[in-house]
Design a protein around this ligand. Structure first.
Ligand SMILES: [Zn+2]
Length: 668
């Protein structure tokens, strides 16, 4: 089995979900704007690719819950999300011809808007600078007055529109998509696969309002090609020269995305919901494996979070240089290797673990990012962090390994320089060059620490409530933590302050001593000291290994909320080893104060070298439960690998004990 997910994320290659566009210049946070002349002027002058800082300053908190609402234009629009701004974009129907060879798009856009303010004489919308608009008509079929500057399209209303007015426009435009490569390639053409994923070829609410809308996407391509897209396939027409595919988006979304290739499809039902895998012919033999993995993941998330939130799920193969995965609503796009890798394979990009982990991360986005959209730019961990958490959580439970969480935590601790660390709950995280390590890796561990502190059942109840409250709408970090706090009855202020709004992690010096007690038993004392300015609150499990039968046992959880903590435990028999946080739930660095005895066994011996090798991340195969998991690790040192199985672990310690019998408690 292989551990590659965090390896991939370290290379900034993985899985942009819908809100991942924060890494691209197309990001627009959801905003509640007050209409003032100053802001309108700013809107009109907004440069293409406005900086995130500026956008963030403009953002406001605003939420209006919406409910699952199939598209029905004859019904009132008041069930749809309205996060403010001048207008609320209600529906958008896109009909486009796409040339997979050149990337040229010729399209007609029909949109419906609700006006949010009285006296609205200008409506700003976002549309790419490099697309040419040939005409815009209003709902009466008259020419609409408009102007365009950079990525902002302004429509002029005469007379001004009133709050609550519903307006319709139809627009014709054309242009060639621009595929700048930022981790995940947003589009590609001219090869075996052509696609537009991070699409901005349609209208978005405004330069600063990330609006949710319903509608349809119709894509025409030359005969012989298939189109797979977000939304539900309603109609496919195979013609002499063109094939045309129409996808209906029954649920509010912020993105339409599509891919074009000579796809072959397999479908099965999961609890009545069609799940499909689309690959090129060469990988059709892998469809069953991918569907098996998908079903297992869906069963897990359905149990932990909620029913699958959409009406179908398409897993779509992309080119090998796609860069990872991307999970907009009801669809998962993944690089080709995800589908053709050897189920039992080892190494790099070619293993089953990375297949499972990539698919589970992307499918998790159907909940985190699509079902619950993120409301603000500083809430990106509610998409990426929760998706990565869900993937690592699935891996832990289904494959009995915490390796995903552990390596994610190590990535953060060992690769983010203190001076470059930024809070994962701030907008700065999206601009950091350590974005993936912070928003994915650290955040996944933070959610796992929260699960540890609340307990599995309470945490699950909290997640269920979070989905019930914010599903088919959007949430921010306060929404999340207020929900978890309300459900658990636990004040999470300190937790959020230190892990989400703060930076760093505790550095803990640990010491253990063992001595015979007056009554003939053994007393184990564990002392913990936090060094550094900030004192963290952590709930550290304490595990002992019994001398007699090597049995491991969690004996306590020490809640450490001060500089110094110590605890004493009595045993009938001597203890071989004591370990603080043996499953590495917390972000921390623990060092032993027992000189030469980092594993706190009471004596300094060869087992300390092995334990230290483990602590220093020197193994290349991480053992957990009955399974081993590969770590790409250049610092592996075979001298500590006594049984030479590629893994430095407690088997080596056991070998050492059998051979030398030098490990044991102090006898005095
Ligand atoms: Zn993601």
């Amino acid at each position: 089995m292989i551990k590659t997910l965090s390896f991939i994320t370290m290379l900034s290659l993985i899985c942009l979900c819908s809100p991942d566009a924060v890494t691209a210049t197309t990001w627009k946070p959801i905003t509640e704007l007050k209409k003032t002349p100053t802001q309108l002027e700013m809107l009109e002058k907004l440069p293409s690719g406005a900086t995130l800082d500026w956008l963030f300053k403009m953002s406001r908190r605003g939420k209006e819950s919406s409910h699952r609402q199939p598209l029905n234009l004859n019904e009132a629009y008041d069930e749809m999300s309205n996060f403010g701004g001048y207008v609320n974009l209600l529906t958008q129907d896109v009909v486009l011809d796409f040339d997979p060879e050149t990337g040229f798009i010729d399209e007609t856009l029909s949109i419906t808007l609700e006006v949010n303010e009285d006296d609205t004489d200008k409506i700003p919308l976002s549309f790419p600078d490099h697309f040419e608009i040939s005409e815009i008509k209003n709902d009466k079929g008259d020419a609409q007055e408009w102007s365009k500057s950079a990525n902002t399209l302004i429509m002029y209303m005469e007379p001004p529109a009133k709050k609550g007015d519903i307006l319709q426009f139809t627009m014709k435009a054309s242009g060639t998509v621009i595929c700048s490569n930022q981790g995940i390639k947003p589009c590609s053409f001219g090869g075996n696969y052509a696609y537009v994923t991070h699409a901005d070829y349609y209208l978005q609410g405004s330069p600063i309002v990330l609006d949710m809308f319903q509608g349809s996407l119709q894509v025409s391509v030359p005969t012989g090609k298939q189109v797979v897209a977000t939304g539900r396939l309603e109609e496919a027409v195979y013609g002499e020269e063109n094939n045309s595919f129409r996808f209906v988006h029954d649920y509010e979304t912020i993105y339409y995305s599509f891919a074009v290739a000579d796809y072959q499809v397999s479908e099965e039902l999961f609890e009545g919901i069609p799940i499909r895998v689309h690959t090129r012919q060469k990988d059709v033999q892998h469809h069953t494996e991918v569907l098996d993995v998908t079903r297992n993941i869906l069963e897990f998330y359905t149990t932990e979070f909620s029913d699958f939130p959409f009406d179908d799920l398409d897993l779509v193969q992309m080119d090998k240089d796609f860069g990872g995965g991307y999970g907009p609503q009801s669809t998962v796009f993944m690089y080709s290797g995800t589908f053709d890798m050897d189920q039992e394979g080892w190494g790099g990009w070619g293993g089953s673990a990375s297949r499972v982990q990539l698919i589970s991360h992307e499918i998790a986005h159907q909940w985190w990012g699509n079902l619950v959209n993120m409301l603000e730019v500083n809430s990106v961990i509610l998409s990426e962090g929760l998706a990565e958490f869900s993937s690592a959580f699935h891996w832990e439970k289904e494959y009995e390994s915490r390796s995903n969480f552990i390596s994610n935590g190590m990535n953060y601790i060992y690769t983010v320089p203190a001076e470059d660390d930024v809070p994962i709950g701030s907008a700065m995280v999206t601009q950091s060059y350590m974005y993936n390590t912070l928003a994915y890796d650290k955040a996944s561990v933070v959610f796992d620490m929260l699960q540890h502190e609340l307990g599995d059942d309470v945490f699950r109840n909290g997640m269920n409530e979070y989905v019930a409250t914010f599903g088919y709408s959007a949430a921010n970090l306060d929404s999340f933590f207020e929900t978890m706090s309300a459900v658990s009855g636990v004040d999470l202020t300190t937790f959020k302050t230190q892990w989400v709004d703060g930076i760093g992690y505790p550095r803990i010096l640990a010491r253990s001593t063992q001595a015979k007690s007056d009554d003939g038993g053994w007393l184990l004392q564990i002392s913990l000291d936090q060094v550094g300015e900030q004192v963290f609150t952590v709930h550290l499990p304490i595990q002992v290994t019994h001398m007699e039968d090597q049995r491991k046992e969690i004996i306590d959880t020490i809640v450490m909320d001060s500089k110094t903590t110590s605890a004493t435990y009595r045993f009938d028999e001597p203890i071989l080893r004591a370990s603080v946080d043996p499953d590495r739930i917390y972000l921390h660095r623990i060092q032993s104060q027992d000189q030469g005895d980092p594993n706190l066994s009471g004596v300094a011996d060869g087992s300390d070298l092995i334990d230290m090798a483990i602590m220093m991340h020197r193994n290349i195969v991480f053992g957990y439960g009955d399974s081993n998991y590969f770590y790409p690790n250049a610092s592996y040192n075979s001298r500590f690998d006594l049984n030479q199985d590629g893994s430095i672990n407690e088997d080596d310690i056991d070998l050492l004990i059998e051979g030398n019998e030098t490990v044991g408690p102090n006898e005095d």
